[in-house]
Design a protein around this ligand. Structure first.
Ligand code: SF4
Length: 377
């Protein structure tokens, strides 16, 4: 099976109004001292109640934000779980701690709700590397292909897609389309696309984007670390390069990696994804040891950063300000939102009906009823 590719490797960081890597690092809010954290946390609890709001957080944001989301009846999850939770929750305001495409997805699925973010400039290298106009021209050049885009894209890119997928369900959806005889145009993460192609044998044409964090994991250094910790299991997110994925005991989305850490009898894990996930893993499995996979080459003094600067822009202060002043409200052009909603709902319907639930919450029957009228592309 042929793997075709195109060269779109340089993210377009200069687009007006977009926050590139350097600016993101510079805008990470300062750490609060203990007294400030307590005061801010208490204020957020009160504001969530007053504003009829719920906090929906990604596994990659600061641990305190994750704890606060859990403690206040919100959700900590991967992007698929965040989308489903926000759509189903009764609150009239969703405060999304993550990156912009997550806020947009929440708004697309819940247009009647107010969606706020701690910082709506928090972006993603995959989103920035896939401008809607260039992507649309790419689709026009390949009209024979079913367009499958990763959730880490703008609403305008999603609006051009037949399917939106997350890393939880992407492989299953492509396998389904391949079995139906469809050829795939995939965007934007080239590593995830190539991994899915290897697993499914599908005919895939890949956009050449990458995640700034996962692209940095180093295969040789990972192999050396595995020799140092021979009992450790290696958990890898599929946005990582192929030579890193090839060393994995488990390849999966953030939720699938967390579940694997609980399921496997091993005590020690080397984890190749954003280090924000370690907070959740250590909380769930306190008797186990989790080590970040190396992102730096031989001779480097720091062995791993594995931290997304856009995720790090989310802070307690940002949540407080957004709730207090209604800042960073997400709006999506209604025509784009309507077009983007259909491929997102296709994914949710597929996930709801799939044999392996992506969220062991008891919500699947409700999801299936909600989205049963959406069929395949
Ligand atoms: S970790 Fe990677 S994929 Fe996730 S938001 Fe950051 S740049 Fe995007």
């Amino acid at each position: 099976m042929q793997l075709k590719s195109v060269q779109y490797d340089k993210p377009h960081f200069s687009h007006a109004g977009q926050c590139g890597i350097g600016e993101a690092w510079a805008r990470i809010p300062p750490e609060l001292d203990r007294a400030q954290r307590l005061r801010t946390t208490e204020r957020i609890r009160a504001l969530l109640h007053e504003r009829d709001a719920v906090l929906v957080a990604h596994y990659y944001v600061d641990g305190e934000l994750q704890d606060l989301a859990r403690d206040t009846g919100g959700c900590v999850g991967d992007s698929l779980e965040m989308a489903r939770f926000g759509a189903q929750h009764q609150a009239s305001t969703l405060i999304v701690a993550g990156v912009r495409f997550m806020g947009e997805t929440a708004k697309i699925l819940s247009p009647e709700k107010r969606v706020l973010m701690p910082d709506d400039d928090a972006s993603c290298s995959l989103d920035l590397g896939c401008p809607a106009d260039e992507f649309s021209a790419f689709c026009d050049a390949h009209p024979d292909r079913t367009v499958v885009v990763y959730a880490n894209t703008s609403a305008a890119v999603k609006a051009r897609a037949d399917w939106v997928v997350t890393s939880s369900v992407g492989q299953d959806i492509v396998a389904h389309l391949h079995a139906c005889g469809e050829k795939i145009l995939w965007a934007p993460d080239r590593h995830l696309g190539a991994h899915i192609q290897r697993q499914t044998g599908a005919d895939m044409l890949l956009w050449h984007g990458s995640c700034l964090v996962h692209d940095e994991f180093k295969a040789d250094e990972l192999a050396a670390m595995a020799l140092e910790y021979p009992q450790a299991a290696i958990l890898v997110h599929p946005e990582s390069p192929a030579a890193v994925v090839a060393q994995a005991d488990v390849v999966g989305s953030t939720t699938q990696l967390i579940n694997a850490a609980g399921r496997l009898p091993t005590d020690t894990f080397i984890v190749a994804t954003d280090q924000g996930i370690l907070h959740d893993m250590r909380m769930r499995y306190p008797g186990k040891t989790f080590l970040p996979a190396p992102t730096a080459g031989q001779g480097a003094t720091c062995k791993s950063c594995a931290m997304c600067p856009w995720m790090a822009m989310n802070s307690l202060q940002g949540v407080e300000l957004a709730l207090e002043q209604g800042l960073c409200a997400i709006e999506v052009d209604p025509a784009i939102a309507q077009a983007a909603r259909r491929p997102i709902e296709r994914m949710l319907a597929f996930a709801a009906g799939h044999r392996q639930p992506v969220r062991a919450s008891g919500d699947l029957a409700r999801d299936a009823a909600l989205f049963q009228h959406f069929g395949p592309a």
